[in-house]
Design a binder for this molecule. Structure first.
Ligand SMILES: *Cc1c(COP(=O)(O)O)cnc(C)c1O
Length: 410
């Protein structure tokens, strides 16, 4: 891919009021006008560069939005108070009562619950499909379908969506392709591959310090403006606006995203390779026998690697829990949900971040109860981490299981 996301983001310079190397933070919720006429025009959306009220926009949010638009290579981007704030705004902007959505069946638990349960209230229905099976995606589209929705790399099963093909299919059906790129910023340029709208939970890798919740929508200028419309914009009216102070701190953290992603990927690839050698059931898109490996390789920016997430199936929930508790005790990471932190985070998605998905469906998807999701940290000496993790698994008898050696799928 010739698009230089990091370089473009770094070339975006903003100076503070007194020549500061970071932009000044807009510490105001409302803005004065010299003329009443300009205030009216701003309400009508006709005045570029004028600020009205901070739920609509603020300088700090616009700076962060511009950086995110550069990251994805879209015309524009809006920022929100959470990833779910961004996702719900997009869906409610595009769908009315009676409409339909085609969605990947392996997605973040919160998005799944929104589509499956909450949107019932508005008579908006969703068909959940195997996103890697283009035929079943196409079959699910009907005249009421308003979007195809998926994650570039899915949570927690790490399925890889073929964004170019999905984009072609969506375009042929005149509906937008919405891609959640939370797991693979920089590695996958979803918009450049043809996604019409890219959403992010900034809470994860992009902010990278597990100290806030935030989200973003990267899309065309028209769509981003429509979300902010004072009369019928879902972002404006549902009110999940990001605070200016937080927007400013996320922008500063974003400046090191390229270095962090490379290190997360390098460490995750190292561990995945070692776990394969140990005969463990590890899933990582960077492994040659991962079902999405070729698709990912074809559409990724190689220098950023295959991402920081991997899963390990240790067979049973009790064993997964014991392993996580032991690893935490050995200071190898934290038993916590979320991802993209400097420290490795691990959780059992079946009983946490994907617990919204009924057990039966979890099993159908291959989300087994012994699955542990790892967000690999920025460890400086990953060989040392590996040795210690292996020690934990030896203590719990996980490495000696014949069953794990024989039916290693990936
Ligand atoms: C965490 C997450 C979300 C939700 O983001 P919040 O910032 O927690 O609202 C959406 N999609 C994916 C893939 C996530 O991991």
């Amino acid at each position: 891919m010739d698009y230089k996301a990091s370089e473009n983001v770094q070339d975006l310079q903003y100076f503070g009021e007194f020549g500061g190397v970071n932009p000044s933070i807009s510490d105001s919720s409302t803005y004065t006008f010299l003329s009443a006429k300009t205030m009216f025009d701003t309400f009508e959306g006709n005045t570029e560069g004028c600020y009205l009220y901070s739920r609509h926009s603020s300088p700090s949010n616009l700076y962060l939005g511009e950086a995110l638009a550069e990251l994805e290579g879209t015309e524009s981007a809006n920022v929100y108070a959470s990833g779910m704030g961004a996702i719900s705004a997009v869906i409610l902007q595009l769908c009315s009562a009676g409409d339909h959505i085609v969605c990947s069946r392996t997605i973040y638990g919160g998005t799944y619950a929104l589509l499956k349960n909450f949107l019932k209230k508005f008579n908006i229905s969703t068909s959940f499909v195997d996103i890697t099976d283009l035929e079943s995606v196409e079959k699910a589209i009907n005249p009421k379908t308003k979007m195809v929705y998926c994650e570039a790399v899915s949570n927690p099963l790490l399925e890889v969506a073929d964004i170019r093909s999905l984009s072609k299919l969506s375009k042929a059906n005149h509906i937008p392709l919405v891609v959640d790129n939370t797991f693979s910023p920089l590695s996958i340029g979803a918009a450049k591959l043809g996604a019409d709208i890219v959403v992010h939970s900034l809470t994860k890798f992009i902010n990278g310090s597990s100290d806030c919740v935030a989200g973003a929508v990267c899309a065309s200028k028209d769509f981003c403006l429509s979300l902010k419309d004072v009369n019928d914009g879902a972002g404006m009216l549902l009110g999940s606006t990001l605070d200016s102070l937080r927007a400013a701190s996320i922008l500063k953290n974003m400046r090191t995203l390229h270095i962090r992603i490379k290190k997360h990927s390098e460490n995750a690839q190292f561990l995945a390779d070692r776990f394969v050698e140990d005969g463990l059931k590890v899933v990582y898109p960077g492994l040659k026998n991962h079902p999405g490996h070729t698709t990912m390789k074809r559409q990724m920016n190689l220098e950023y690697g295959f991402g920081g997430l991997l899963t390990l199936d240790v067979g049973a929930l009790e064993r997964a829990n014991a392993l996580m508790e032991l690893m935490q005790k050995e200071k190898l990471g934290y038993l916590a949900v979320s991802l993209g932190f400097y420290k490795t985070l691990f959780s059992a998605p079946g009983t946490s971040t994907s617990s919204e998905i009924p057990l039966e469906e979890q099993q159908e998807l291959g989300l087994s109860e012994g699955l542990v999701r790892f967000s690999i940290g920025l460890d400086n000496d990953i060989q040392r981490t590996y040795t210690a993790m292996r020690g934990c698994m030896e203590t719990l008898g996980i490495l000696n299981e014949k069953t794990l050696l024989s039916d290693n799928q990936y």
